[in-house]
Design a protein around this ligand. Structure first.
Ligand code: C2O
Ligand code: CU
Ligand code: CU
Length: 544
């Protein structure tokens, strides 16, 4: 029996438990007067920041006019000076350097002409500080975030999260990097200061006047937006002058839908010391590393022993099979990016400009942590299903589109529990237009449902992101993948660390173990292909 069907049957068991949808206490929902606008008296902040989102003109391309963007700017009101690291002349927001244990208060002012809210992707914070779209504020309004940094050391990033505007707002610039440090990390004496650098990768398209070009029409949104200019840290043609020693590059895929297969031009393996907001137990080397939208990887790039003048180019290497079969065969000629998904292109050039005698050595162990196993979860027999489907023109989760005020039965999770979750492609596309139940019962693989007719054809890779605490990847079931394509990506997954976003290839089923601790409330999970997210490929857990 195919794994994917097993998963689907489990989903059926869940939804058969009665009404699939339940309303929850409205007290959890922010009405316009429950949006938090003032500081809590008892919350003693170590760090206070004023954040503003606003339109701006920023020079991005080297020649010609500046580009109209949306950008975050920030001012440190209280706390250590290095908390904010502004990137001059950049649409990216400032880098936020937090330390574990800090209490943070952020006064966010929206000076855009549309609604917006900020999500701290990777940080484990209370519901009201998580940037749930229900907290979107209107132009001129203010929102107050308060949270303690409970995360371990690692790299995260923040971005706008206003439903149906997320993709375009992130595209126009509303994003930035977060670095959290803690004592375990300090003991490792990893490269720091000028040797600890961001590598935020994004793709954009510019028109003849250097203005950002974004498309909001189908079927481009169905695939996801692909730009034809690769930007690193907000600039094209990235060049790094490096010294002949080891660096830490905090690599963030901040693109809407582009997946990168990071690799050196000369075939040198890449070494990771962290994934998605946490340092690994030990370094992991791979011939290449896959990085889907929303994912981060902390790279240990060692230039020691390389002579001054030597150049290394980091590429996105060729891969296939992440798009629906039709689109991948070039059938979708409207997808006119200079760099189709999976094509080869350079990302950044590193040139050794100075010789150093000494370099820190790659530690043998980093920050050990316990691997979660099935013994830790309380639902081995009833895994929570995250069922991906691509109904015509509608990517869905659990056969449902996003709604602010709904959860399905299985989406109600007890605070403190640790759950097994199966993420899989639901070829019968359950629930679409209310026809799902029968179809899901009747149709095996690619059955008769609305979604089923093109389930297999429309299968594509989805980076599935869960808000709240990071999770661990238990296993990937690959019986149903297209092996020729899978071969081109499979050595680039780093599944040994803590993750909050995982790329699920067509036909693949990924089992994860996620703790739901610390905070009650509504926490989103969604596809981090931002066009998919905006199209409704987002649901939420109610932790109670
Ligand atoms: Cu970076 Cu809800 O996402
Ligand atoms: Cu997130
Ligand atoms: Cu998706």
């Amino acid at each position: 029996m195919k794994a994917i069907n097993t998963g689907r049957r489990r989903f059926l068991q869940h939804s058969a438990l009665g009404t699939a949808l339940a309303a929850f206490p409205t007290v959890l929902l922010a009405g316009s007067n429950s949006i938090k606008r003032t500081a809590t008296v008892g919350f003693k902040a170590d760090v206070e920041i004023e954040f503003i989102s606003q339109p701006a003109r920023i020079p991005i391309l080297t020649n010609g006019p500046a580009t109209v963007v949306q950008t975050y700017s920030a001012k440190l009101l209280k706390g250590p000076q290095q908390t904010l690291q502004t990137l001059p002349d950049n649409y990216l927001g400032p880098i936020l350097n937090f330390q574990q244990g800090q209490k943070v208060r952020i006064f966010y002012k929206n000076k855009l002409s549309e609604s917006s809210i900020i999500h701290w992707h990777g940080l484990h914070v209370p519901q009201y500080s998580d940037g749930h779209p229900m907290y979107s504020i209107e132009p001129g309004e203010e929102f107050v975030y308060e949270f303690e940094v409970v995360n371990r050391a690692g790299t995260s990033f923040y971005h706008s999260h206003s439903h149906n505007l997320t993709a375009e707002q992130v595209y126009r610039g509303l994003a930035g990097m977060i670095a959290v440090s803690d004592n375990d990390e300090k003991k490792l004496e990893l490269p720091a200061g000028e040797f600890d650098l961001p590598l935020v990768i994004q793709d954009r398209s510019f028109d003849a006047n250097n203005q950002l070009h974004y498309v909001r029409r189908m079927p481009e949104r169905m695939i996801g937006f692909l730009g034809d200019t690769i930007l690193v840290n907000g600039k094209p043609d990235a060049q790094f002058g490096v010294k002949s020693r080891a660096y830490r590059f905090r690599t963030v895929n901040g693109s809407n839908s582009r997946i990168y297969k990071l690799g050196w031009d000369d075939g040198t393996p890449l070494t990771a010391i962290g994934t998605d907001g946490c340092i690994l137990a030990k370094p992991e080397s791979r011939p290449y590393i896959m990085l889907a939208p929303g994912e981060r990887v902390d790279l240990w790039l060692d230039f020691s022993g390389r002579p001054v003048g030597s150049k290394l180019v980091m590429y996105s290497l060729p891969f296939s099979g992440t798009l629906p079969i039709m689109a991948d065969r070039g059938g979708m000629s409207m997808m006119r990016s200079r760099f189709p998904q999976g094509s080869k292109f350079p990302i950044a050039t590193f040139e050794v400009v100075e010789k150093l005698g000494d370099s820190p050595k790659l530690p043998v162990t980093l920050v050990p942590f316990e691997r979660l196993t099935l013994k830790d979860v309380d639902n081995t027999d009833a895994p929570l299903p995250i069922a991906i489907s691509m109904a015509p023109m509608q990517p869905l989760l659990g056969g449902k589109s996003f709604s602010l005020d709904k959860v399905m039965d299985f989406e109600r999770v007890k605070l403190g529990s640790i759950k097994l979750i199966h993420i899989y492609h639901d070829h019968a596309g359950g629930g679409h237009r209310g026809m799902g139940m029968q179809h899901r019962k009747g149709g095996e693989h690619g059955g008769m449902g609305m979604g089923g007719m093109n389930g297999g054809m429309m299968d594509m890779a989805h980076p599935i992101h869960l808000h709240g605490q990071q999770y661990q990847i238990l296993r990937r079931l690959t019986d149903d993948v297209r092996s020729k394509d899978y071969e081109t990506v499979k050595n680039g997954f780093i599944d040994t660390g803590w993750k909050d976003t995982v790329l699920v290839m067509p036909g693949e089923e990924v089992h994860i173990i996620k703790p739901f601790q610390d905070y009650k409330g509504l926490f989103l999970y969604h596809c981090h292909n931002l066009e998919h997210e905006d199209l409704g490929m987002m649901r939420q857990f109610l932790i109670e």
